[in-house]
Design a protein around this ligand. Structure first.
Ligand SMILES: *[C@@H]1O[C@H](CO)[C@@H](O)[C@H](O)[C@H]1NC(C)=O
Ligand SMILES: *[C@@H]1O[C@H](CO)[C@@H](O)[C@H](O)[C@H]1NC(C)=O
Ligand SMILES: *[C@@H]1O[C@H](CO)[C@@H](O)[C@H](O)[C@H]1NC(C)=O
Ligand SMILES: *[C@@H]1O[C@H](CO)[C@@H](O)[C@H](O)[C@H]1NC(C)=O
Length: 144
């Protein structure tokens, strides 16, 4: 009895943790150019649980001369490039649902390593569990 309850709790937890956003583009070490637009692809795996996507932020933080990126998204997201809704859809059958965003890399972005972060807020399941999740990639910024 106890084991069954524990097992079902664990599988709920596993299902929940499997449902996170993923930054698919740009990939690690991609080059971006200050002042120019770049495509950011945010994926969300198909899920059995109902999900209500509330909002998404795409932002860029400089890692500075010392090449030290922010250690936590809770510390800073850097400069927001997109703040708004998220509506992932199926496009290619081999890929999970995703949405592409064209965002402008801020003018005056420091040349060098920057951390591109997506922050996502959703309500999960019939009891509307609030979940904030993040995904990031380090990118290399050049000036135009
Ligand atoms: C990105 O660059 C870092 C430092 O040069 C390297 O350690 C890492 O393996 C690279 N990652 C990818 C996916 O190329
Ligand atoms: C970036 O993502 C990595 C891998 O998921 C994680 O370990 C790291 O804490 C994240 N960095 C920030 C600033 O959120
Ligand atoms: C999303 O962007 C990627 C990378 O630029 C591109 O290959 C893909 O075709 C785009 N998908 C849609 C639906 O526009
Ligand atoms: C460039 O990005 C900005 C947001 O950062 C967006 O408003 C604009 O439509 C994009 N331009 C193009 C040509 O996609």
């Amino acid at each position: 009895m106890k084991f069954t309850a524990l097992f079902s709790l664990l599988s709920v937890a596993a299902t929940v943790t499997a449902q996170n956003i993923a930054l698919s583009f740009p990939t690690a070490n991609a080059t971006v150019t200050a002042g120019q637009n770049t495509t950011v692809q945010v994926s969300f795996p198909n899920s059995l649980t109902s999900v209500q996507h509330v909002s998404l932020v795409i932002s860029l933080a400089s890692c500075g001369q010392a090449n030290e990126c922010p250690s936590s998204a809770y510390e800073t997201l850097g400069t927001p490039m997109y703040v708004g809704g998220f509506d992932p859809q199926y496009h290619e059958s081999a890929l999970p649902p995703y949405q592409n965003f064209s965002v402008q890399i801020p003018e005056g972005t420091a040349e060098g390593t920057n951390l591109l972060t997506v922050a996502h807020f959703m309500l999960l399941g019939a009891s509307f569990v609030p979940i904030l999740d993040f995904s990031n990639a380090t990118v290399y910024a050049t000036s135009a």
